[in-house]
Ligand binder design. Structure first.
Ligand code: NDP
Length: 330
């Protein structure tokens, strides 16, 4: 099996030299085990945090160990009654072409007629993040004006459309290129969008939100969070999903300079981790596979070929090369 391992903890922006591609001989299957040929492997921003030594909500990646993470594929060998050869599965064994282990580590996927890749993105972890963040954490209500940063990414492109499904009256998004801004308005149903590289976020968000905002879904942190705090209406709610603008920084960044808005306008900011909302997965997957099948939710994937290119795909995703979910075709 070809596998990608972390061999050195990156300082600042990771490089190819922090990883190695290795070939591993797989043992024969024991009882109740499966071997899976991966079709798609996920690269995600949270993986940057796991490359550091320090523990956060999830253990750091081990050095000289294969990178774990979301992947989907099909069973090619099996000693399990539950997962016979041919079964499509989701698992967390990550950056390898062949994955093997106890059947209990693999979850069978329903036959939906959609590509298996959607269970890593639109109908998977990143889609659920958008759904749980808007519905449960931000408590999105009918008529809310919603601002979403990182709007053309895996979470953001779903969040814009789900905000509408959940009753938002107006959805505003930001992203890092003119092409992405056009997609936000023409494809993902955003009413207004801006390129955060064009001018200060504070100024652009003010111009795009004459009536303020009621909900902020934060994928970026930093200047975006600060700008949103200025624009949140009384009783406004922010779901803090991520702060990708800071994942590679080696220095501490100054906090928002306008936290007093929380007091004067009774704002509520709440961070969340999608794993805490796993109970929403059946409800979410049921709705989302329906919406994807009837075309009322659309999605993009940026696919890089070859497990040996997983590191490059991860680095490119961190730099914004992706629209929608970034995936590696194994
Ligand atoms: P994306 O598909 O959105 O890919 C990352 C994107 O981040 C890039 O495409 C790039 O887009 C943008 N980006 C990179 N640097 C910056 C910057 N300095 N300022 C603004 N944007 C930047 O990834 P995901 O959808 O998987 O994740 C989005 C966010 O959600 C991340 O913060 C992630 O950590 C978080 N997340 C949190 C979860 C949770 O449980 N709380 C679960 C899953 C994701 P652009 O071209 O627009 O710059």
């Amino acid at each position: 099996s070809t596998q990608i391992q972390l061999i050195r903890r990156p300082v600042g922006t990771p490089t190819e030299e922090d990883f190695a591609t290795v070939t591993v001989d797989l043992p024969d299957l024991g009882p109740d085990e499966v071997r899976v040929r991966n079709k798609f492997v996920s690269v995600d921003p949270y993986m940057r945090g796991r490359m550091n030594e320090s523990k956060s909500y999830i253990q750091p990646f081990g050095l000289n160990e294969t990178m774990t993470g979301g992947a989907v594929g099909r069973v090619v060998e099996s000693t399990s009654d539950v997962l016979p050869v041919g079964t499509a599965v989701l698992h967390g064994l990550g950056w390898r072409d062949l994955a093997q282990g106890p059947a209990a580590q693999f979850t069978a996927l329903p036959d939906t007629g959609l590509s298996l890749s959607v269970f890593l993105g639109a109908a998977g972890m990143t889609g659920l993040t958008a759904y749980a963040g808007l519905k449960r954490v931000a408590g999105l209500r009918e008529g809310d004006v919603v601002f979403i940063s990182g709007a053309a990414g895996a979470v953001g492109s779903m969040a814009g459309q789900l905000a509408r499904k959940l009753g938002a009256s107006r959805v505003i998004g930001s992203a890092g290129s003119a092409e992405k801004v056009s997609l936000l308005k023409e494809k993902y149903g955003y009413d207004e969008a801006f390129n955060y590289r064009d001018a200060p976020v504070r100024r652009q968000l003010r111009a795009a939100t004459p009536d303020g905002i009621d909900v902020y879904f934060d994928n970026v942190g930093g200047d975006h969070l600060e700008a949103a705090l200025d624009r949140l209406n009384t009783g406004g709610r922010a779901a803090l999903c991520g702060a990708i603008s800071q994942y590679n920084s080696t220095e501490r960044s100054p906090g928002p300079d306008n936290m007093a808005n929380l007091v004067t306008r009774s704002l509520k900011l709440e961070g969340f981790i999608v794993a805490q909302h796993q109970d929403l997965q059946p409800e979410f997957a049921g709705k989302m596979t329906g919406w994807l099948a009837d075309g009322s939710v659309v999605f993009d994937e940026t696919v890089v070929d070859g497990i040996g290119n997983a590191v490059g795909a991860f680095l490119d995703m961190m730099n914004g090369a992706n629209t929608g979910k970034m995936l590696v075709r194994a």
